[in-house]
Design a protein around this ligand. Structure first.
Ligand code: PA5
Length: 441
């Protein structure tokens, strides 16, 4: 399904580098398989494509069907791991222009992922007087951005449909036992889905967190899980032929060789949000103890005309991972009898041929400029291939964190901004910190 080429990174690594990493990879893979490494309590995603809750999965499909019938709009409220995966998959499988398309599924707006007044007002105005439902996603239920967003849209639903009617349109994805949203959902009688205990937000796209919005968009979630399961089965076979082992070892070797930034580049505009999801996955998993490759993303070929100069000749701190999907269709470049642009030598050639040559040229130029490259080749975008790729990146991320010597499944650093924000907002209990911070402003 996935073909990995690390040959354009080899000259940046010591000889026999992959072989030398074999024992560390064996240990990392064993810790993931047995859930006994650092953060092992949060490795429930490893066998998720096989062991997912089939009863809940059927409820997700039924709820998606109900939402599609009852609403023209679905508002998804969540931040970070609670929304990036769903947005990534919907963009990639249905299009970044999904809301503009003629379709028999609802428009989907993502909110509760920031504190922009203008963005919030815009979504309210875009919903207009259309029927809408809400999927609020928060493990804790106390994340400020999402909690504020839910307050707003719960209020709007209750005003429009009454408390009873709103209850029929609110779907809550949260902890199975604890937290503010769990308490509220139980009290109000919302339909509930679970953020599993053993799966952190950034690994949760293949749980109800991602699957309910994804299913609402009309995507075949059974096929998505099937692709992930295929990846799980193939990548669990250890050895240096395993592409996950090769990729994890290569990016770790490049980091040890002085690279500080990994740029994920895609050639599909629809891939942009997938790269956002990837950035959270790797940034939150590896960026700790003052270590880790900084994940960045690029959309080619567009960004070659904005970032290309820096990549070619700026600081030599980057390595590059390219994800290239085969196209689903074909487009032939038209002939122009006047040939004013001099491009008739391409007449009749598939656009994909031009894209392939461009990609190969870019890789060689970047390698010549000191930017090592890893190439991931994928079949055309489909539920199966996207499910496979999600699991591939998750699994490589787990291996990579263990190679780096960090716990890839916690995120202690995320709390720092939250406690400052609460203090400055005057949240009860933060009085001392508030005084200390205000004195510094
Ligand atoms: O990956 C993570 O754990 C985070 O991105 C969380 O998903 C995010 O902070 C939202 O948290 P919560 O689900 O508690 O609202």
């Amino acid at each position: 399904m996935l073909s990995l080429d690390v040959s354009q990174a080899a000259s940046f690594l010591p000889q026999d580098y992959l072989t030398s990493r074999q024992p560390a990879l064996e240990k990392a893979a064993s810790m993931l398989a047995n859930h006994d490494g650092p953060g092992g309590d949060f490795t429930g995603w490893v066998y998720l494509p096989r062991d997912y809750d089939k009863e809940e999965f059927a409820r997700i499909q039924a709820a998606a069907e109900k939402i599609r019938k009852q609403s023209q709009v679905l508002v998804v409220i969540g931040i970070g791991g609670s929304y990036l995966g769903a947005r990534a998959v919907i963009d990639l499988l249905r299009s970044p222009y999904y809301n503009l398309k003629k379709k028999d599924t609802p428009d989907i707006f993502f909110t509760g992922n920031g504190l922009s007044t203008d963005a919030l007002l815009e979504i309210i105005s875009l919903i207009g007087d259309r029927d809408f439902s809400v999927n609020v996603i928060s493990k804790s239920g106390t994340t400020t951005e999402s909690a504020v967003g839910f307050r707003v849209f719960k209020g709007l639903l209750e005003k429009k449909y009454g408390k009873e009617g709103a209850r029929e349109r609110i779907y809550s994805t949260t902890d199975k036992a604890r937290g503010a949203l769990k308490g509220l959902s139980d009290a109000e009688g919302y339909e509930e889905f679970v953020v599993p205990d053993a799966i952190g937000g950034r690994y949760s796209v293949l749980t109800a967190v991602g699957l309910l919005p994804i299913a609402c968009a009309g995507i075949d979630i059974t096929a998505l899980m099937g692709g992930a399961r295929q990846a799980m089965e193939e990548l669990s076979v250890g050895g240096l032929d395993n592409p996950a082992w090769q990729y994890a070892a290569t990016r770790h070797g490049l980091y040890c060789a002085g690279k500080k930034v990994e740029m994920l580049a895609g050639y599909e505009p629809a891939f942009r949000f997938f790269a956002e999801w990837w950035k959270q996955l790797y940034g939150e998993s590896e960026g700790k103890e003052h270590k880790g490759l900084l994940p960045a993303s690029l959309e080619y070929t567009a960004d070659l005309h904005s970032m290309g100069q820096y990549i070619q000749e700026g600081e030599r701190i980057m390595c590059e991972t390219v994800v290239n999907f085969q196209p689903k269709g074909e487009f032939l470049i038209p002939d122009d009898p006047e040939n004013i642009d001099g491009l008739n030598f391409l007449s009749g050639k598939p656009l994909a041929f031009v894209a392939e040559k461009a990609m190969r040229g870019v890789i060689l130029a970047h390698v010549d400029g000191g930017v090592p490259n890893v190439l991931i080749q994928m079949p055309p975008i489909s539920e199966t291939t996207v499910g496979y790729l999600i699991y591939f990146f998750e699994y490589v991320c787990g291996l990579s964190g263990y190679l780096l010597g960090v716990n890839p499944f916690n995120q202690p650093g995320v709390e720092a901004y939250k406690s400052n924000m609460f203090a400055l907002l005057g949240k009860p209990g933060y009085e001392e910190k508030q005084a200390e911070l205000e004195a510094r402003l």
